[in-house]
Design a protein around this ligand. Structure first.
Ligand code: GLN
Length: 510
């Protein structure tokens, strides 16, 4: 008998698979927890965890960098375990639960609890973040033209969370105490998990996101089912990661090669060398067309690392600058962390419309130019922040408008680079290593935090005074921002000059 039953279409909403909106809200709340906590993190370390140290800024910069690096590096492992064993759904649940516990542990006022909590978030994010992003991709068939706009909608969700969280968690932290702020972050994560779970209950995702085979979770390792062994290993890794995070002291003497470096820095040096060696091997083995494209993929990953390295200063040195040197009336320093996401929400649709318009006129800049311009925006944004010292009052406080302009510009830069980069990596990498290159793309954010740590340590103020700031710190910060501006602008000029050549290497890829 002829089969007349059509295959079940996934349910649709507003022209997109309905599942997108469940993932949108789950990620919105996950990022709410991530950025709510991040807004408080540096200030909490400086004012509470390391308050008694004269080197508290240095310690905070080191831990912030280690946390940021590990929280993004763990995504490479989480992505792989999901592909091979757990599947996206289980990974998202495991990651979300670990993150929620991490945020609640942060609500306990104790320094050991602090590092355990950060480690839980590192492991949890490793399972959650890469898998929810790939889940979005899996809702669309490969050639579905709605995929890009699906990701734009998803990026919006990320930033709605990133906008609301610093405002709310920052307010709670200020009015009622740090731990209420962290607690709210935990509640946000729980709402994210419940959203995802309700999507599964209503069978919104069909058969997507399941483990690669039906029996794989039951396969034993060392006599224990894999489905159980992985959560056990994930939890067991927490004390080790907590130990790494707490090792903020530099290993070398002053003046030596390792004068600022701790164990995590060394680990990332080793990873960088290993990746470099592996990429050279792949480049040698590739055929000439593959090699050209791969060089471009490596270059754009390198450029985005530099960009995030300056951009991610927001949760660290820029938050301290806001606390110590910016005249804030409506919001406090932690809440300034909402500005980047606010601009992304406002600008992402106009900028994507601009690119579509230019595309129609065949005038849209190709990827390397977009990257060069993105870095230029970052450079100008820091240049403006460095100029703020000229408008400081007699107490060394600068107008809030500088921060507003700075965040506006760097957010424009972000929209020139971040959404474009991800899809270019898939276009430019040979199929057999595309998953590896995606991993490297996430590692770019991890390495960026090493840059953040380096800059943060250079600009660390030695003091235990809660009210340090004003004229004492203004010049240090604004000179530092001036240097960042020079590096970003220098990088942008190099990229723009090299763009015609990079364009040639890209062949047909736009
Ligand atoms: N703001 C984006 C997010 O949270 C990208 C951050 C990054 O990769 N450094 O997903």
């Amino acid at each position: 008998m002829e089969n007349t039953v059509k295959p079940m279409e996934d349910p649709q909403l507003f022209g997109h698979p309905k599942g997108l909106f469940y993932l949108f809200f789950a990620e919105l709340w996950e990022r709410f927890s991530f950025y709510g906590m991040r807004a408080l993190l540096t200030l909490y370390m400086v004012d509470v965890v390391f308050a008694a140290l004269t080197t508290r800024d240095f310690a905070a910069a080191a831990v912030y960098a280690s946390y940021g690096s590990l929280v993004y590096a763990s995504t490479v492992i989480g992505g792989r375990i999901s592909d091979k064993i757990l599947g996206m759904r289980n990974s998202i649940f495991l990651g979300g639960i670990l993150m929620a516990i991490g945020h609640f542990v942060l609500a306990v006022e104790n320094n050991y609890a602090f590092f355990i909590a950060l480690a839980l978030i590192v492991v949890g994010n490793g399972f959650f973040k890469p898998n929810i992003s790939t889940f979005v991709g899996s809702l669309y068939k490969e050639d579905d033209i709605r995929k890009d706009s699906g990701f734009v909608i998803f990026y919006m969700g990320i930033n709605i969370g990133g906008f609301a969280a610093p405002l709310l968690c920052g307010w709670l932290g200020r009015e009622y105490g740090w731990h209420y702020g962290f607690g709210l972050a935990g509640i946000g994560m729980l709402i994210g998990l419940i959203t995802f779970w309700s999507g599964i209950k209503k069978n919104i995702f069909g058969d997507k996101g399941l483990p690669p085979t039906e029996t794989i979770l039951d396969k034993p390792i060392l006599g224990i089912k894999q489905g159980l062994m992985i959560p056990i290993l994930a939890v067991a890794s927490v004390p080790l990661i907590a130990y790494l995070l707490s090792s903020y002291k530099a290993l070398g003497e002053k003046g030596s090669f390792l004068e600022d470096d701790n164990i995590v820095n060394i680990i990332f040096y080793v990873i960088a060398i290993a990746i470099g060696a592996f990429l050279i091997k792949i480049l040698i083995e590739a055929n000439s067309d593959e090699r050209k494209k791969l060089i471009v993929a490596i270059l754009i990953t390198f450029f985005i690392t530099i960009f995030w390295g300056f951009h991610e200063l927001s949760g660290s040195i820029i938050t301290l600058f806001a606390a110590r040197n910016v005249n804030l009336t409506f919001i406090d320093a932690s809440q300034t962390n909402a500005l980047n996401s606010m601009y992304i929400i406002i600008l992402s649709i106009p900028i994507s419309m601009l690119f579509t318009y230019l595309k129609k006129k065949k005038l849209d800049p190709r990827t390397p130019y977009k990257f060069g311009l993105g870095l230029a925006f970052a450079g100008i944004s820091f240049f403006i922040l460095s100029m703020s010292s000229g408008s400081a009052d007699e107490n060394g406080m600068v107008p809030f408008s500088y921060l507003l302009v700075m965040y506006f510009l760097i957010s424009v830069g972000e929209l020139f680079m971040s959404p474009v980069g991800l899809s270019k990596i898939t276009d430019l990498s040979p199929k057999r290593i595309v998953a590896f290159m995606m991993g490297i793309w996430f590692l770019a954010s991890a390495f960026a935090f090493q840059i953040v740590g380096f800059i943060g340590k250079q600009l660390a103020i030695e003091s235990t005074d809660k009210n340090v700031g004003g004229l004492e710190t203004l010049g240090i910060y604004t000179d530092g921002f001036g240097l960042v501006a020079k590096y970003a602008l220098g990088a942008s000029v190099i990229v723009l000059i090299a763009s015609p050549l990079i364009k040639k290497l890209m062949g047909k890829v736009h």
